[in-house]
Design a protein around this ligand. Sequence first.
Ligand code: NAD
Length: 278
Amino acid sequence: MNIPAVTLNSGHDIPQLGFGVFLVPPAEAEQAVSEALELGYRHIDTAAIYRNEEGVGAAIAKSGIPREELFITTKLWNDRQSGEQPHDAIRESLEKLGLDYVDLYLTHWPTPEKDTYSNAWAKLIEIRDAGLARSIGVSNHLPEHLDRIVKDTGVVPAVDQIELHPAYQQRDVLAWAEQNGTKIESWGPLGQGKYPLFENPAVAEAAAAHGVTPAQAVIRWHLQKGFIVFPKSTRKERMAENLDVFGFELTADEVARIDGIDPLDGSGRVGAHPLEFN
Ligand code: NAD
């Protein structure tokens, strides 16, 4: 399986396509991640709040895959951003994962009312410097939050993991990332099944033209836009389908039509808004 790599500002490479485990129940995580690794996924996206890091760790341990071939991301939950708490949080995550380091550690949400996200970012820098995370980044940060953490620390996040799919493209965040060398990770890349993406003619017709499923066409759109993507499914046939996206290429016209799905008024958003999630 030849999954393209994206080089982060840390100099480390991340597989552009991975497997996300949001809402995978703890008891099912080990099996789901084991199946994903068997199919060829090497990049796993979890978080402390998903409460399934132990299952992810068990699957990694059982797989026998050399550590350096895996790319593991986890995230600091919002209630542990203040003081020295991020240091305790990463140690707990590493213990659950059974790892000495993660490849990528993210602050999960800015939760701006608490005003602790800049402290959290400063602590992530220390965590990286201590060797516990190879690369560090943020999630759900808008340009105002990104500007603030860079002003406070001088360190630019390797990634910003944001809700991103054809109906909600967050072009202001993309522009910030482009200017600053931050890579974009798309969460909810398929609209979490909540937005009618697959029925949209731009997606359905591109899929039909290439003899692929609408989900594959959307994943391909993310890849061709340069985004890092990790769709979630606990069904093995869908995990395989979501990985089988390297045998075709959308035309520039198809990409442009899918770009046009975004209603541009924010109504395509399916998850929480970073300014309202506190
Ligand atoms: P997603 O867009 O990947 O949608 C997942 C849903 O799509 C699944 O429940 C499944 O029903 C459906 N699906 C998957 N493959 C399919 C296929 N081939 N055909 C038809 N339907 C299919 O949404 P997600 O899981 O929320 O996002 C992916 C990952 O992003 C998560 O697992 C998690 O790792 C990450 N995430 C991060 C945040 C954050 O705040 N940082 C928030 C949500 C998700």
